[in-house]
Design a protein around this ligand. Sequence first.
Ligand code: V55
Ligand code: FE
Length: 484
Amino acid sequence: MAHFPDSPLFSSVLRLIRMEGDITDLEVEGEVPAQLNGAFYRVHPDPQFAPKFADDQFFNGDGMISMFRFHNGRVDFKQRYAQTDKWKLERNAGKALFGAYRNPLTDDETVKGQIRGTANTNVLVHAGKLFAMKEDSPCLLLDPNSLETEGYTDFGGDLDIPTFTAHPKLDPDSGNFCGFGYSIAGPLTREARYFEIDPQGKVVRQADFQVPYYTMLHDFAITADYAVFNVSPYTSDWSVLERNMPHFVYQRELPFYLGVMRRDGDGSDMRWFKQEPSVCGCHVMNAFQDGTSIHLDLPVSKVTSLPFFPELDHPWNPEDSTTWLSRVTVDMASNSDEITSIAQIGDAPGEFPRIDDRMAGKPYRHGWQITYDFAKTYNGPPGPFAGVLSTITHYDLATGKETSWWAGPDSAFQEPCFIPRAPDAAEGDGWLVALIDNHITNYSDLCLFEALNLAKGPVARIKLPLRLRQGLHGNWVDGARLAA
Ligand code: V55
Ligand code: FE
């Protein structure tokens, strides 16, 4: 008999799903454009078994992958667990064997040394496979049509590192998958590696570097020539793991850094630009070069924005943890190791930044986030992820104009994803898909918006007969790349 912890992280808004299945031809309100051919994949943490610790982290759940396959004006749904090595070992045992989030000291003896990954953070198609990613583990491959798990890969032995980011970038010019692994010399180490994987799945670049302190290197950005890493004061050490505290501890005394290195180098040119007192960033919107300057746009807060990774000596403060879209600028021609500036560029506070991915690393105009509007009411039950991100906002960075749409008092958004109207359509010309979870009716709708006209509201609501759990990230792939 399954008993999950009696805690807000496992009940109410965050009740588990644990259901795999298929629905052919989902019910649609409105119209799904017949030309839309492709698939939207996304993933959420969904523990298969009750966790070993009642205070288990949301980020520790097994990855549950959803696929929305668009074709001929209809949408088919498929949902499967990412069958990680952890998932299979626990399936065989009928119970949890692995312990706390990112803490191998808490695992059963029988699974010591096994890959701990949950593949719960991001899913993206590259080189004919669905990559399911968790930053503490190698990359898990699945069949992009059937969602059957193939297993972990080291890319033919070419990528011999134990970790693989969940926030890769696809270079729109080369088609290369740009990524990195951190703590590659073992848990809590400062060693990291940048790599690129070409459209055929071959590792074509690798460059090692060290971060200034052990940190959650969660996301990064590319520009035409550079890989850009944002380091915020999420850190840890073995004493934290020995006491089974949350893996990351936030320490505001540590600087914020921007690391910049050439994508075609060996890592020895890495420069770390510093900002003190520090700020906190996590997900990036985009980065680009402008003469000798490099700009990185990302939501920034004063201190930790992740309540799961708090400070020890400062109470959680919602105001200081609110994230504002900001532009971090460094000058490669300068001899200084200081960040040139950090300037707010968006009015609506929010997170889960997205762009038209064809603009990755280039000067760009359009961005989207799900946003907080503190003036709006919320009717749903309280708890983590309860209703706060209930608006979606388009940022026109050329004019400064922002357009938002509110999902209403019963609902919250999950991360959106941009779909170009056609491969050669202008930047931003296309749709935005995003899940809207109704916390009163307990249904989720995948909503389709005109990306540059959010104010109009969804042009289609693709209706699920259940509410999906709060998820992390996902991506669209064009149907041509799914043809088996
Ligand atoms: C994040 C999410 C993770 C993780 C580390 O959003 C950082 C930040 C879903 O897992 O393991
Ligand atoms: Fe993320």
